[in-house]
Structure formats: structure tokens, C-alpha cells
Design a binder for this molecule. Sequence first.
Ligand code: ATP
Ligand code: MG
Length: 550
Amino acid sequence: MENKSSSNFLKSIIDEDLKSGKVDHIITRFPPEPNGYLHIGHAKSIVLNFELADEFKGKTHLRFDDTNPAKEDTEYVESIKEDVLWLGYEWDDLFFASDYFEEMYNRAVLLIKKGKAYACDSTVEEIRQMRGSLIEVGQSSPYRDRSVEENLALFERMRQGEFKDGQKVLRAKIDMSSPNINMRDPVLYRIAHLTHHNTGDKWCIYPMYGFAHPLEDAIEGVTHSICTLEFEDQRPLYEWVIRECEMENIPHQYEFARLNITNTVMSKRKLKQLVDNLLVDGWNDPRMPTISGLRRRGYTADAIRNFAREIGVAKADSVVDTKMLEYFIREDLKLKAPRTMAVLEPLKVVITNYPEDQVEMLDAENNSENPEMGTRQIPFSREVYIEQDDFTENPPAKYHRLFPGNEVRLKNAYFIKCNNIVKDKAGKVIELQCTYDPETKSGSGFTGRKVKGTIHWVEASQAVPAEFRLYEALILDEDMTDEASFLEHINPNSLEILHGFVEPNIKDSKPQDKFQFFRHGYFNVDSSNTPLGQLVFNRIVSLKSSFESK
Ligand code: ATP
Ligand code: MG
């Protein structure tokens, strides 16, 4: 395999094709099979196809490659359209491969008439065995020399439903000793008595990918047909079909590396297993690498597009670290998302020297890195919640948060000092009694003393209850090259649910509103499955990362 790794090898090809007059405009396509929801790997292909067309003032088709009714469904068609639009791309034309079934059938008849295709009675297993191997030529089918008349009649009867599934196939007659196994009389049509989501019961024979795909591209006038590397060996068949079927438009196939990401599986078929086995909350579970899952998690279309552009198009397969995807959502939200405080695991703090019926409003910046986002007012009173984690009775060395006798700053508010601990019968700390120092108000210019720790908090009487869902990778293995056993590598701790509080300012948040919760990371309001009136926040990503963009 050639190892040309340039982020724009496709651009160079198109550029030359336009300059040399090989084409006078370009058409690309994104051709998903509607057998599942789109994932981040598809996003790479979408960004590539739409943006190439855009750059060279061409067109992009969205084409549903719906030639296998066993697995396809209109639910998937609808979700795919929604996801492409959400990513920010509008197709110039929308097509269904199934609309070409009649034309494909006619092209197959043409092949038969030219002596280039024949009906074969061999079983799938026999065909596989006779195909040979890399070191062994294939054996010819005993049906290879049927006459044109007989083949035409049999193919017609296949279409009429006279045979059962698997009883016959139509095969190309190419070369059983070709060094490329794909050229050893590949199957073009198979019998499948199935109802198709688009054509209903009209057909009981369906074209195979290797035959259908080049015809689809040619019928639509696609010029640059971009697919993933595993189809490189199929390119000679692609070209054979275009040539022998005497197609007017001649598309060319180009391959680029599939996107793989650490700790995930990237195939609709496998993702469907997670859904079907109820290991996740549907295709849009925020842990899924699907576009809809990433959206529900809180990823923005901008972040996904920027990620896809950065990884570029390579000619060699590689696995991209999830951290890189996380980097792009942090970058996108850094200056956009309001920053507020949320307490995920609350511990009540009573400030014993604060007036009992007083609530004061304090100024807080909405985004310390983006002053344009202004300020808000947050309530402060005698009772606040802090994180359980921000207190310990027995502090280790260098612990700068709250412990008995220690003083910390409450972000945007005052210094407080812990004087007393209240425990329940089981010995669990349930309340802290603290005092505050009115001199230390944030923004007051107080310089008297310094404290080493600043912690976040939410005022208790106006705190808004909320659920927080924290995610980890769904799959534990870093190396998923052996994806076969991925179901055994499911991370049992991929979801943690906590109940705490957010500031009253964000109580009316709507699904898809995004925030940075001080010290916790970026969160998105969940869009489904939320108990009535209950705010649910999905953590998109924590604040820290070790990844740096190049
Ligand atoms: P899956 O196994 O997930 O179903 P697929 O390749 O069979 O993937 P299709 O629906 O046929 O999925 O793909 C539509 C387009 O998306 C194809 O052009 C394919 O090359 C591209 N594509 C799919 N997965 C990836 C990936 N991981 N990286 C880059 N492109 C991809
Ligand atoms: Mg597929």
C-alpha cells in the first residue's frame, strides 16, 4: 500500500482534474447505508466530501445506499438526514440507491448479453471455497458456461421470485485466476425475499455493493467517489463495472484512512449491539460515538467539524486519541459557555456569625476569560452547600481546602473558617459550622490575610436541585484492533449519577444549554429522558487535558 500521507492529496487530484479538463465540475457524495445512526467516523467523511465540493464550487449528494433491506429502516434514514444538517451541511441532491434498481437490473442484463455475467447455482459456501486464495487460483463454477439465453431466462426468473433465497446468484464473468480475489467472478445479485423500506415487495433480488456502488456513482454523475481504505482492492471491480456496463459518466474511486478512536467502537453494526443489548440508553446515549450521542453529550457541530478538519485525510490507518476530540470541545466552549457554580455532592455549611434572615447578592463574572459575557448576581446567606470532597477531617500534607481550624475562600464571596463538625449516628459528616470574615469580601481589595484554597458553593435556600451525569469511556481497552470481543470490554463504571445543586440563575435552562461549572468541567442540559421538571446535566468533558493541538 502506498503511504502518501498528505492532508490534501484529494485536493491535489481534484485541482489537476479541473486544470487538465478531465472534469469541468466536481460532484462528491456521502453514501451511508441506512442501517444505523451516524458516528464520528462518518463525520470525517461528511466534512471531507462537503468541504471538497465547496472549495471547488461543486456539488455533494446525500445518497442512501439502501441495497440490503435486511438491516435498513426509515428511522435511520431520518436520523442520518438530521445529523448531516445538524453538522452544518446541506446536500445539493438527495438520492436513494433503491430508486436505481430497475436501471441496475437493465445493466446486469446488458452484462449477460455481452457474456460478462452468468447465473450460478453454487451455494455461498461453495463459491467461497472455489474462490481460491492469495496463493491459489480460483476454480471455475460448473455453471460458468451457461448460454446467454439460459442466463437471461434464469435472471428473469430470479426477479420473478421463482427461486428461494440462496438458490441462485448472478455473477460477473471476469477471471478466476486474477491475482485480485475481488475479480474472481464476484456475485452481482443475490435473492432475498424481504420487504424493502422504499421499494416494498417489488424486488426479491438485490444488487451487491461491488456492483451497485459504481453504478450509483455513475448514474448520478459523481466525479470523485471517496471511500475508506478497505475498498482499495475493490477499485478494479469498480472500474470494470463502470466500463462493462457502458456507463456514460465515469466516476473515479479514491481511498482514505478510516477514522478510529481510542476506547470506542466505530461501526454501526457494533453500536447497534450496544443498543440492542440495552448496554446504553439508545443510539443517542451520551457515551456513544454517534453524532446524536455526541450532540446529547454536549458536543457542538463546530467542535466536531474542527476535529475532522484537524485529523485530515491520510492514506494510512491510525487510531486517534479521544483526548483530541475533547480538546476541540473545550476550545469551542472556552469563551462561549457561561461559568457558574454547581455542587455535585453537597455538604451543608452553616455560617454561624452571618445574620439569620439576611440574603445578600454578590457580583460574579460570567466568564473570567471573556469579559464581554458580563456579570451576574448570586445570592449568599447563612447556609450554603459545598462539595463533600472539599472538606476532610484529617488533611494530608498540602491540603488547602476546608478542614477543622482552616480557612478557605468561597469563590466570589468570603473567607470562611471551619470551627465545628456535625455528624450523624453513623459518624458521617453532615454539616459544618463555620464563621465568615466580612472584611474578606471578593472584590473589596482585602489584603489582610491570604488563603491557599478557593472552593465553589451554592447558597442553600435558593439552590436548584439537579442531576449530574458523569461519563467515562464505554470501552476499556485502549487497543481495540481486535474489536471482535468488544462486548467483553465494556466499562462497568462508564456512568455515574450524582444529585446536587446549581445556582438559581440557571434554573430555566433548556436542553442543549451549555455551562462551565467551576472546577468540574463543561456540562450540557440533557435533551431526553429527564424526569419532569428535573434539570439533568451531562458532563461533556472535564477541564483538564493533556492533549495539545499541533
Ligand atoms: P459502518 O461499519 O459503521 O456501518 P460503513 O463504512 O459501512 O460503516 P456506510 O454507511 O456505508 O458505513 O458509510 C458511509 C460513508 O462513511 C462511506 O463513504 C464510508 O467510507 C464513510 N465512513 C464510515 N465509517 C468511517 C470511518 N470510521 N472513518 C471515515 N469514514 C467512514
Ligand atoms: Mg456498512
